[in-house]
Structure formats: C-alpha cells, structure tokens
Design a protein around this ligand. Structure first.
Ligand code: G3H
Ligand code: ZN
Length: 285
C-alpha cells in the first residue's frame, strides 16, 4: 500500500534503524525497488528527483502516476518522495501528484539564503500536509558537477548551525554532509562518524544520508547506528542495471526485443535492492 515517508522514517528513527530510499527513473526501476522490498519484507521509499523529471521531458505525472499505482499494489508499505527539488514550480506539483514528502534542496546557497528559501518551502509543505527534508552543508556530486572538497568550509554540516537551521526552518528531517558524495561508482567514501555523532546529539529530527551508493557496507551500518534514519541510493541501481544490460547485449548481439534486456536489467536491480536492504538490516514494518 501507499505509505508516507514521514511515518516510515519516524518509525525507523525510534528504533535506530533506517528506511532505504531508492531513486527511480524508469518503470523498471519502480518495479525493481518494490519487488526487492517485497522480497526483503520491508517498507521502502521510491524517490523521484528533479533531475529524473528533467529526463522525463520535465513531466512529473507519468512517472508519478506509475509509482502511485505500483505502490498501491505493493505487498509492503511504499512511500513516494520528490527528491532534490530546486524549482518552486516542481515543488508545488508534489501534493497533487501523490507525493507525501519532498526534499527541498537549497544547499548550494549561502546559509542565510538556504535558511530563508527552506523556511518558505517548509511552510508551504506543511500547509499541504507534506513531510519535508532539507540539506545543510553540501553532499555535492550531482549532475556530474565536480564535488566540493569534502573538507572545504561549508561542505560538511556544522552541528550548531544545523540546530539553528532546523529550529528556524521547521523541517522534518535533515540531509547531512558527513563525507559521502553523489554518483560515486566505487564504494570508497569514508564517513566522518564523529561528526555524525555530534549532529545526532545536536538534533532531534531524523538524519538522512545522501550519496549512499559510494559508502561501503560497514560505513552504512555505522551510519545507521549513528543516527541516520533514511538512506538515499540512486547510482547503485544504475550500475547494476547498466552492467547487466551491457553483458546481456554483448552475449546476445542478435537481441532486439527490449523486454529481453530490460528484464535482465530489472532483475539485477532487484538483487541490488535486496542486498542494500540487507546491509541496512531492514526497516520496521
Ligand atoms: O538523493 C539521492 C541520493 O543521494 C542518491 O545518491 O546516486 O550517489 O546513491 P547516489
Ligand atoms: Zn541526494
């Protein structure tokens, strides 16, 4: 059934576990995430990023309606989340498209501007009954942009600033920059677990890890123990899908039926979803 990110993340945070949130781009991604979560027997978040909407010719509804329909038919709770929203126009489409939550991303802006923009987004979201996540510090690496040096000023999330940011914006969850970077194709990111501990002590809202594809398994486990309650994964699914399709097409140069290779790609994504949920230890049903 269709659930909300707020209920899933709140429940996970209460027992120091985490909900896996997977970025979806195609119908095959949606089906794979749900099949993987069903096989693991855990709730899951399907998230559609602003970049994915751009890929879909700027149209949110076709993918959103597919995701809602798939979630409604799922055997486990499935929440729908609009991810990395920078455009106010897209933000305002969230409620009517079936999303229960949004991540408003103004992390690129100087602190005061991030604060003001996020507070306005949070006021709007709460008036619509939406749960809202925001980012402070910069995870970086989106759009193939060169990530900030993870040690550069402002790149990591400062605990005192984070407490001020959450209090003044009223956001329901905070994405923290603790050493992960978006779009990594190796699992070699070293998280700053000391910083996570200080953030977790300074804040009462659930914390969100972005760029989780680049984090090794033991880093993910320690992050969940340290207070991360939502783990965002995108690139790992694309790696699994693309590798499987590349291998299949290399072995079957005569193949033309798209269902043949899309099945292989979807199956590889299912296995990756099951693997990652297993690493996280499963979210409470
Ligand atoms: O918001 C989405 C995530 O941060 C995905 O990051 O593609 O590096 O796993 P990733
Ligand atoms: Zn992200």
């Amino acid at each position: 059934p269709l659930a909300t990110t707020g209920e899933l993340v709140t429940r996970a945070a209460q027992v120091r576990s985490a909900v896996a949130a997977f970025n979806v781009i195609t119908l095959e991604h949606i089906e794979a995430v749900i099949a993987g979560a069903e096989s693991a027997g855990t709730p899951v978040v399907l998230q559609v990023s602003e970049n994915a909407v751009k890929f879909r010719y700027g149209r949110l509804l076709p993918l959103a309606r597919a995701a809602v329909a798939a979630a409604e038919g799922a055997a486990v709770p499935v929440a729908l989340h609009l991810d990395h929203v920078q455009s106010d126009d897209l933000l305002r489409q969230a409620a009517g498209a079936g999303f229960g939550s949004v991540m408003y991303d103004a992390a690129r802006l100087p602190y005061a501007e991030n604060l003001a923009a996020t507070r306005a987004a949070a006021d709007w979201a709460h008036a619509q009954g939406l749960w809202i996540e925001a980012e402070l510090g910069q995870v970086g690496g989106k759009d193939g942009r060169r990530p900030l040096d993870a040690h550069a000023p402002g790149a990591r999330t400062d605990p005192d600033q984070a407490r001020d940011f959450v209090a003044r914006t009223g956001v329901d969850a905070l994405a923290v920059a603790i050493g992960s970077v978006h779009a990594m194709t190796t699992r070699t990111a070293a998280l700053d677990h000391g910083l996570l501990k200080r953030l977790s002590a300074a804040l009462t809202v659930p914390l969100v890890l972005h760029g989780s594809s680049g984090v090794p398994d033991d880093g993910l486990v320690a992050a969940v123990t340290g207070g991360i309650a939502k783990v965002n994964v995108g690139t790992a699914l694309n790696i699994a899908m693309t590798r499987a399709i590349r291998d299949f097409l290399a072995a079957h140069p005569e193949a033309v039926d798209s269902r043949k290779y899309l099945s292989v790609g979807r199956e590889a994504m299912i296995q990756e979803v099951v693997r990652i949920i297993g690493v996280l230890g499963g979210a409470p049903g």
